[in-house]
Design a protein around this ligand. Structure first.
Ligand SMILES: O=C(O)CCC(=O)C(=O)O
Length: 275
């Protein structure tokens, strides 16, 4: 157990993208998220995993610069074998320009594009960020509670949506997503550089926490203001996931001053933008 997460209530999950109704879209706007199984086919899951493995084993030029080790083994990383590195990677970041399979999933997948367009009120989605979060067995660290809008310079926040796609089974044990339903309606909250750039632990309403376990190919669509996080992976099972973020075509750039007007703590900037 972990004091910042509950494990006894799970989110509703739509069984199949073909079963999506207007009520599900309304639930996204009410709760700030929508979980859907079967968004990727088993073949698409395998293709995405093969693409990630090519990056992890540096079979792609430039792959070294997109791979981020788990902090716990950072000093040992240079001495690790390729297998050890693959089992100790926290994150891969900004790979779509040289990984066509992962780019195609991000920008051409019919079910993802169709659902994003519905969630954005009919507007076309534009990709703004790509990453993979691998949460390796035993050492996969927590991603503390946060709002993704704290990292983004597009707005307004309701025009920015994340899609988190399970490639392995994401479970309570290996660090699946946790969300606080409805928090996207409560505005931007200050973020602090603590274990990561995150909400203060005391500001997290843990009582409202629901788990979002997903089978491989299942996806969570979520608002950029939704409070969400993932506990550490202390299990022997890895938890690979892709995460893409999109803005509506009509979203506009947010300056640092505008970001500071959203994320502040007294007079201090309290977002996650660098610089
Ligand atoms: O997959 C994870 O562990 C956390 C993903 C997430 O919330 C993020 O990177 O913003």
């Amino acid at each position: 157990m972990h004091p910042l997460y509950r494990f006894d209530q799970s989110a509703p999950v739509v069984a199949d993208p073909a079963a999506l109704t207007d009520e599900h879209i309304a639930a996204y706007h009410r709760d700030g998220f929508l979980a859907v199984e079967g968004v990727l086919t088993p073949a698409e899951v395998e293709s995405a995993k093969a693409a990630l493995a090519d990056l992890l084993y540096f079979r792609v030029p430039d792959a070294e610069r997109v791979v981020q080790p788990e902090p716990a083994i950072k000093d040992l990383w240079p001495s690790f074998s390729p297998d050890q590195k693959a089992d100790a990677t926290r994150k891969l970041f900004r790979f779509i320009e040289f990984e066509p399979r992962l780019k195609s999933l991000a920008v051409e997948h019919p079910a993802i594009q169709a659902l994003l367009t519905r969630l954005l009120g009919g507007e076309a989605p534009v990709l703004i960020q790509d990453m993979a979060l691998l949460k390796p067995p035993h050492i996969g660290t927590e991603k503390p509670w946060h709002q993704d809008m704290a990292y983004f310079t597009w707005g307004p926040p309701e025009k920015v949506i994340g899609v988190w796609i399970a490639l392995d089974a994401a479970t309570a044990e290996n660090g699946c997503m946790h969300v606080l339903p409805g928090t996207h309606t409560e505005g931007a909250r200050p973020h602090f550089h603590l274990r990561d750039c995150q909400l203060a632990d005391a500001a997290v309403d843990v009582e409202r926490d629901v788990l979002v376990p997903l089978a491989p190919g299942g996806a969570l669509f979520f608002s950029s203001l939704l409070h969400h996080g993932t506990p550490p992976n202390q299990s022997p099972h890895r938890r690979w996931a892709l995460q893409y973020h999109y803005r509506a075509a009509s979203a506009t750039p947010v300056t640092r001053d505008e970001h500071a007007a959203l994320f502040f703590d007294g007079d201090l900037y309290a977002g996650c933008l660098g610089g």
